[in-house]
Design a protein around this ligand. Structure first.
Ligand code: CU
Length: 255
């Protein structure tokens, strides 16, 4: 028995030392993207119905619900090669779920000239009804608006132009003109977020910041009296969300 244990121990030792010798210079690691949220620099973590923010147009508002989807995180090497991590993550700030997204495949340690992801789903991934977890999260877009999935739901209340509190639902989807229900006209509104250079260490933590105020800021100063509800069938509102979304995300701390 002792001899057997000795052989097992020896073989484990030989095996592991052998493996160690064959470890290539390139080591793979998990990378966690940590999604953090602020309003022009003030951290937003616990959502509430308190009207405490003022957007660029001067509307006072609360943020009571925030969910959004990102997909296809991509690591860009200096030689032009890319590592595309197929998959998606539905960040739910309301419940604090999925604020951290660990890439489902490991990434070689090293320097990347850019790390990017898709805000929402591209047209290949935005397939009607195929993601059961998103279906049960009521993340779908109605078929009359083309089906597929939401990109974002940002909701709360604002003080309207007769000084009354009114709800808003800033829902981002693929822009659709449904004036003729038999002939829907689409425009792409998913976009690529480029975070810039990231050095991936062992078990790297990469902070991704969303400045929520930017959704209301540039180039369109979002006037909630004009655009507050029923924005999903509103083609112009969807294009404005796309335009304003371009500067919402930035790279935070990398560890
Ligand atoms: Cu919606």
């Amino acid at each position: 028995m002792k001899k057997l244990i000795a052989i097992v121990v020896l073989s484990v030792f030989v095996f592991s030392s052998c493996v160690e010798d064959e470890v290539p210079a390139l080591q793979n690691t998990n990378v966690s993207l940590n999604f953090k949220h602020n309003w022009d620099g003030t951290s937003v973590s616990n959502l509430s119905n308190t009207i405490q923010y003022t957007n660029e147009a001067g509307n006072e508002l609360s943020i009571e619900r925030l969910r959004y989807l990102i997909s296809d995180v991509t690591f860009h090497k200096s030689n032009g090669e890319t590592i595309v991590v197929e998959g998606y993550n539905l960040i739910d700030v309301t419940s604090g779920e999925n604020l951290s997204y660990v890439t489902p495949v490991q990434i070689p340690i090293g320097t990347y000239t850019n790390v990017s992801f898709t805000f929402g789903f591209d047209n290949t991934d935005n397939t009607e009804g195929v993601y059961t977890d998103l279906n049960s999260a009521s993340w779908n877009v109605p078929m009359m608006l083309g089906g597929g999935y939401h990109f974002m739901q940002l909701e709360g209340k604002f003080v309207n132009n007769v000084a009354a509190e009114q709800g808003y639902q800033y829902h981002a989807i693929k822009a659709v003109d449904n004036a003729d229900p038999m002939n829907l006209v689409f425009q792409d509104t998913f976009f690529t977020v480029n975070l810039g250079e990231v050095i991936v260490h062992n078990n790297s933590l990469v902070d991704v910041n969303m400045n929520i105020a930017e959704w209301f800021k540039n180039p369109y100063q979002w006037e909630l009296n004009d655009f507050n509800s029923m924005l999903m069938p509103n083609f112009n509102a969807q294009v404005k969300m796309y335009d304003n979304g371009q500067n919402v995300f930035s790279l935070g701390a990398v560890n």
